[in-house]
Design a protein around this ligand. Structure first.
Ligand code: TXA
Ligand code: MG
Length: 351
């Protein structure tokens, strides 16, 4: 299969391309598309066979359910059996936006999507291209992140092409994603909001709207079984093993330097994913191509937006092992640290 990448700068001017994407989706094919979080790999959400194509293209375990992407409120009514008062509040406050609501599903939702659960994840993306594409398809679009299973999520069309060339006929290129980490997943089936996956809509933002908020215990400890099936897999893994270096920001550079020198003594080629500040302190200790700057220390939106590109960057370098600088776990930091911890397989050095 040939993969075509089409840059979309203006959804109105390029409505023909979106119409074609809609036709591919309706006829059971796959289309990769941008969202404000990460790129998605879409299929017709009412077509179980088409959704099987997603699992096949990604090499994804079939017990890991897919999120349904909708363009408007009416589409939510088609797939959710009940929109709880809690969901109403979150819809009003955060949709469209980088959040996924877990609700009881209607029978029309194919089992291929839900992995046998009686709930479904629903997300209304804010990205223009995503919304225009879903409207053109006229059906909810089932979509996981558009990476091969186990790889970091793609935040550019090039990253999608790297993983899925020959596996998808069309990639819509909407430029780099704004947030760079996947949506916040919130279980809204009960009275209390439960965060199953942290994202750009933070615990603090949810609390302001929904009062009490809980975090799925599996996100904090590593023993409990997560309620979002996908969270149990070792995700976001770069090819070289990654160690997280975390602690007081002013001490991280020193700890990195020590670890870098120790590893180098063993003859190991080490890559470093870190802030401007830390990379500057490491200076000439680190060859330019073995350092990836993820932003200024503490600039969480910038760090989130470049995190996955950074992890992917090292896959094309000589690096045999990686050190990554941790951030705070407050606000957006919770999502960043959740991804970094998973990328590290929970290996860290604390300072
Ligand atoms: O930002 C995002 O959410 C991106 C873009 C493309 O929208 N999508 C995304 O999809 O990250 P994916 O498939 O990579 O992650 C979906 C996560 C998985 O961890 C899955 O287990 C969980 O959502 N999930 C889906 N349906 C669920 C359900 N009914 N109950 C609990 N977790 C669910
Ligand atoms: Mg994913």
């Amino acid at each position: 299969m040939q993969t075509e990448v089409i840059r979309i700068d203006d959804v109105r001017v390029q409505s023909k391309v979106l119409k074609r994407a809609g036709e591919i989706l309706r006829s059971g094919g796959l289309v990769a598309f941008p969202t404000e979080t990460v790129y998605g790999l879409g299929a017709n959400g009412f077509d179980g066979e088409a959704c099987k194509g997603i699992y096949l293209a990604k090499g994804r375990p079939s017990d890991n359910p897919l999120i349904l992407h909708v363009a408007n409120r009416a589409m939510i009514g088609e797939i959710a059996a009940e929109i709880t008062p809690l969901a109403e509040k979150l819809l009003a406050a955060f949709c469209p936006g980088p959040i996924t609501l877990i609700l009881k599903r209607k029978d029309i939702v194919p089992d291929e999507i839900t992995g046998g659960l009686d709930t479904v994840g629903i997300r209304m993306p804010e990205n223009d291209v995503a919304r225009a594409m879903i409207k053109a398809a006229g059906v909810p679009v089932a979509a996981p992140s558009a990476n091969l299973s186990g790889r970091p999520s793609p935040t550019t069309a090039e990253a999608v092409l790297n993983d899925l060339e020959g596996r998808v006929p069309l990639i819509l290129d909407g430029g780099p994603c704004e947030f760079g980490v996947e949506s916040t997943i919130v279980d809204c089936t009960g009275d209390i909001a439960v965060i199953l996956r942290p994202g750009a809509i933070t615990e603090e933002m949810l609390e302001e709207v929904a009062g009490r908020v809980m975090i799925d215990p599996a996100l904090v400890g590593k023993d409990a079984i997560p309620k979002a099936p996908g969270m149990k897999y070792k995700h976001y893994a770069p090819k070289a093993p990654l160690t997280l270096v975390e602690g007081a920001p002013e001490k991280v550079a020193g700890a990195m330097e020590k670890e870098l020198l120790a590893r180098r003594k063993q003859g190991e080629i080490v890559g470093v994913l870190a802030s401007e500040e830390v990379l500057e302190e490491l200076g000439s200790l680190l060859p330019d191509d073995l350092g990836y700057c993820y932003g200024a220390q503490g600039d969480l939106p910038a760090i989130a937006a470049s995190l996955y590109e950074g992890l992917r960057y090292f896959d094309d370098t000589e690096a045999e092992s990686l050190l990554a600088e941790g951030t705070t776990s407050e606000g957006l930091g919770l999502a960043i640290m959740n991804r970094l911890r998973k990328a590290s397989g929970f290996t860290s050095i604390r300072v």
